[in-house]
Design a protein around this ligand. Structure first.
Ligand SMILES: [Zn+2]
Length: 341
């Protein structure tokens, strides 16, 4: 079974949950996502107009959205997952331990940098590209540059293959590192990297591939990844992965998760969940300090309401706001559960 969830991206409210069973799609599990997305869109379009959809990069879903005339974007996490995989594969090819570690480190920095670039560029594809590739200047110690083609500025070894599209790109708007915007003084805990090193050239090879360059233009800002991640943690609570559920049970547990999630987002909007603690912690993944906000207890009143209303089937999730008049962007996060046949 597979559940597709649609989350509205300004309020982070779940608008629809669609569950698809394998037997609905001739037992081809690869078709479940598309079927789920179609169900979701249909259900939502009967209430409101969808303006823009953010999805993980699923070819069938993309082509469906294209044909149906929707604008669509990608959740950065899914695209960067592919990059991380390529970095791991390249690491296996290297013999020297130092080279391996340097590649691993630079790979991590690249992924973090892309997230930051996506947020900074705020859906401007060309700006996003320039921010992303500015890392190749920054890591070798160049923090300001004149307008120039990527090829003229980024050193490329003779045996490094870079994509055709990359060769046509240039720095036009981004002419210094983003860290300059925060302060003129810059301290780095990294030593500049030799651009002829294996690590630099391998990351460049991975980052300059045309499919990645095209994907960059579709990465959606707005920290979707963390929204999807936290929603997923709520789903896991209500519908643990290791257990088998009947289709009805699966669907209802997913709905409960959505109600719990929505109720807590609404409680935040109403100001009922306040920040009770601010703390700093060291993120291993990002390799830097991050500030976390601990919020007050979750709102559970909605559960009592369900018990009181028992007997009436909550088939459709209510729209808590006058959505109908709003045009909205939607984040469809595809939550694929363990298939249980
Ligand atoms: Zn810099």
């Amino acid at each position: 079974m597979c559940a597709v969830t649609a989350i509205e991206h300004h309020t982070n409210q779940v608008l629809n949950v669609s569950v698809v069973q394998k037997n609905e799609v001739d037992n081809v599990s690869g078709r479940m996502e598309l079927a789920g997305v179609k169900k979701c869109i249909e259900a939502i379009e009967s209430h409101v107009r969808i303006d823009d959809v953010t999805i993980d990069k699923h070819p069938q879903v993309c082509s469906h959205l294209r044909q149906a005339g929707y604008e669509y974007h990608f959740d950065p996490w899914h695209v960067l997952k592919g990059i991380k995989k390529q970095v791991r594969a390249e690491m296996k090819q290297l013999q020297n331990e130092d080279d391996k570690n340097q590649l691993k480190e630079l790979g991590k920095r690249f992924v973090v940098h892309v997230y930051t670039a996506v947020e900074k560029a705020e859906d401007d594809p060309s700006l996003c590209k320039e921010y992303v590739y500015s890392l190749f200047n920054h890591v070798r110690g160049q923090h300001e540059w004149e307008p120039s083609n990527f090829l003229d500025l980024i050193p490329i070894n003779a045996n490094t293959k870079v994509g055709q599209q990359f060769k046509k790109e240039a720095f036009a708007k981004v002419l210094k590192c983003p860290h300059f915007e925060n302060s003129a003084e810059f301290e780095s805990n990294h030593q500049p990297i030799d651009p002829s090193s294996n690590a630099y050239q391998k990351i460049l090879e991975i980052a300059s591939k045309t499919p990645f360059l095209n994907d960059l233009g579709r990465l959606k800002h707005g920290n979707f990844t963390s929204v999807v991640e936290s929603f997923h943690s709520v789903v896991i609570h209500y519908r643990p992965k290791r257990k088998y559920y009947s289709p009805k049970g699966f669907e209802r547990r997913t709905m409960l998760a959505a109600m719990s999630w929505n109720e807590n987002r609404l409680a935040e909007i109403r100001g009922e969940r306040t920040v009770v603690q601010v703390y700093e912690f060291y993120s291993k993944a990002k390799g830097e300090k991050t500030v976390k906000y601990k919020k007050g207890p979750v709102s559970e009143k909605w559960k009592r309401k369900i018990v009181e209303d028992a007997g009436r089937e909550p088939k459709v999730l209510d729209f808590p706001y006058p959505w109908k008049k709003m045009m909205m962007g939607l984040l469809m996060c595809l939550l694929i559960s363990l298939t249980s046949s």
